[in-house]
Design a protein around this ligand. Structure first.
Ligand SMILES: *Cc1c(COP(=O)(O)O)cnc(C)c1O
Length: 394
């Protein structure tokens, strides 16, 4: 690769670059349009307020909700906490049980653990080798005191897509609230809160080419009207569920990122799927013992996700060798503890060797065919080098 070429970014599940048009849209709100959207007695406040309204409408349009049902937060972590703890804090004495999965993001699992410490019961549904849950397990887990089901839309490590619409139907039949962590899904695959029977949904701008530190919680307002105990109390912003002056530049950037996603969601997903499939084929051809982790590529899987093991090599060794050319992740970037096996791969029952030899690839808008060709060359070279270094056994 030429010396002026940038490192190829293949970690779009961890975060995505801010698109130039998103940055452009944000700039005026970081400079002359600095008004507080709650101070609408003058033009500054009004233009900020209008910009927020517009972004909220775009976002509502993307997820099939009404604008008033979109609550701005700092991101999916906050949204997950607000949805889960906010609902639990308003539960009655005969609502004591929650169902979730073993493969949720820590932003769901940690609030669940905190609720267990407070006396709530939580069922963590097991998963199969592809990180998929069984709807039968879900139905069997439902009890008279179950008040919440929380299942992610798509997994951030191995890309598994969950049967959200079916789960929504089951939840509705039993009168149970349904929360979805859709951080990896919104802006990448179609998500519709009405069609899928979702009552609460978390998502982040930075997973879909918007800025970091801004996200949303969808909160259903009708059929049923969901009430949450706020975590932040103050001026009563965001219908009292999330007080604090809105981060207007970020809200505007979020709205712009959503507009971009809405314009070509299916085409871009198809483009990334083709790149991903070809990349997989070539990598599988380059290493005999390679294994695909997660669902089959033509199965319920995010079109831009690839997760592969290269036993008996260690993924850290591969990553080190390609680090000047590629930004690629082992397991999950959200797991800061590098040497610990991810809880997702653990729940899938993967062997230690398979887990420690795994690379996660997240293809994105910035990647072209040429990029992935270069990425393949870099990984192939690393594999050959590590192969030569290995002691001969037998
Ligand atoms: C990234 C991510 C989160 C956390 O999002 P933040 O924007 O970091 O708060 C939560 N859940 C999933 C599935 C994610 O991928």
């Amino acid at each position: 690769m030429s010396e002026d070429s940038e490192i190829i970014y293949l970690d779009h599940h961890a975060t995505t670059p801010v698109l130039p048009e998103v940055r452009e849209a944000m700039m005026p709100y970081l400079t002359e349009k600095f008004g507080n959207p709650s101070s609408t007695d003058h033009r500054y406040g009004q233009e900020a307020s209008n910009a927020v309204d517009e972004a909220r409408e775009s976002i509502a349009d993307l997820i099939g909700s009404r604008p008033e049902e979109v609550i701005f937060t700092s991101g999916s972590t906050e949204s997950d906490n607000l949805a889960i703890v906010g609902l639990a804090n308003r539960s009655s004495s005969d609502e004591n049980h929650i169902i979730t999965t073993a493969v949720e993001h820590k932003a769901v699992l940690e609030p669940m653990h905190a609720l267990e410490d407070r006396g709530f019961d939580v069922t963590y549904l097991p998963v199969d080798e592809t990180a998929q849950i069984s709807l039968k397990d879900l139905e069997d887990a439902i009890r008279d005191d179950t008040f919440l089901i929380s299942v992610m839309a798509a997994n951030n490590e191995v890309g598994t897509i969950y049967p959200t619409a079916e789960i929504g139907k089951i939840a509705k039949e039993h009168g149970i609230y349904f929360h979805v962590d859709a951080a990896q899904a919104v802006g990448h695959i179609p998500v519709d809160v009405e069609e899928m029977g979702i009552d609460l949904m978390s998502f982040s701008a930075h997973k879909m080419y918007g800025p970091k530190g801004i996200g949303a919680l969808y909160v259903r307002r009708r059929d049923p009207k969901v009430k949450l105990d706020p975590m932040l109390r103050g001026g009563g912003h965001e219908r009292g569920m999330r007080s604090g002056t809105l981060n207007v530049p970020s809200v505007v950037g979020f709205g712009k990122a959503v507009d971009v996603a809405r314009a070509d969601l299916e085409e871009e997903a198809e483009r990334e799927r083709k790149l991903r499939d070809e990349f997989y084929k070539r990598l599988a051809g380059a290493w005999d013992q390679s294994m695909l982790n997660g669902p089959p590529l033509d199965g319920p899987r995010l079109p831009h996700n690839l997760h592969m093991s290269f036993p008996p090599l260690e993924s850290q060794a591969i990553i080190r060798l390609v680090s000047s050319d590629l930004a690629i992740s082992s397991g999950s970037a959200c797991e800061t503890d590098r040497v610990k096996k991810s809880h997702v791969l653990q729940a899938m029952g993967l062997s230690d060797q398979r887990a420690y030899s795994a690379l996660r690839v997240g293809v994105g808008r910035s990647n072209t065919e040429e990029c992935l060709g270069n990425a393949y060359d870099a990984i192939k070279a690393a594999l050959s080098r590590l192969q030569k270094l290995r002691p001969v056994t037998g």
